[in-house]
Design a protein. Sequence first.
Length: 239
Amino acid sequence: MPIHLKAKAGDYAPTVLVVGDPGRAEYISRMFTAGRPVNENRGLLGFTGINAGRPLSVQTTGIGCPSAAIVVEELIELGVKRIIRIGTCGGIAEHIRALDYVCALTATPDDGATRTYLGGDPHAPCATFDILKVSADLSQASGLKIHYGGIVSVDVFYNPFPDYVPKFRNRGILAVEMETSLIYYLANRSKIQAASFLLVSDILGGGEGFTKYVTEDDLKRGMDGLINHVLDVCRVLKD
């Protein structure tokens, strides 16, 4: 039995949505029928239920790759087959705007946890094509705009170095967040599916146009749209 997720095989559905915020996990769980808690230990709230006639779970990871590593390792130990992150990010690319949606094709591991797993070797953790294809088809049909491209996962939220944003922008990075590289690495290593869908909650290094954060109401509306898109993707994907 895992140490941190007090659950057993079968408690989680084959597809698990992972979120940083336990409040978001609770919120998504209310979209399930026959929903039930499967973990409450350490505030890492997890729920399993039915959505659109199929089993689905949502699990809190906490903030950052070290916390996400524990949760994802234990989800894999429990037999899950697909992990999809729903979260927020800071926009870096010049064409990215607040409240845009980003889907990470790859996640540069600029965090210590993923680099520890890699032993310093170069590696590009990536998403699963099947999930991206379904997302792209659905977004094209509905007119929902999603940016597909590379992001970077970092350890430091309040980064003090002035070259931080320009460095990644010049490399073509779309956005920055704190969990995806680790999720992709562990999924790739374990040969399970993974994707990360993100809402741009702020713009980094925008000069005069710098947006610190969007309003809570705008964040909620944007996140609702992203959650609904991911749930639509899950309905199409086959277990």
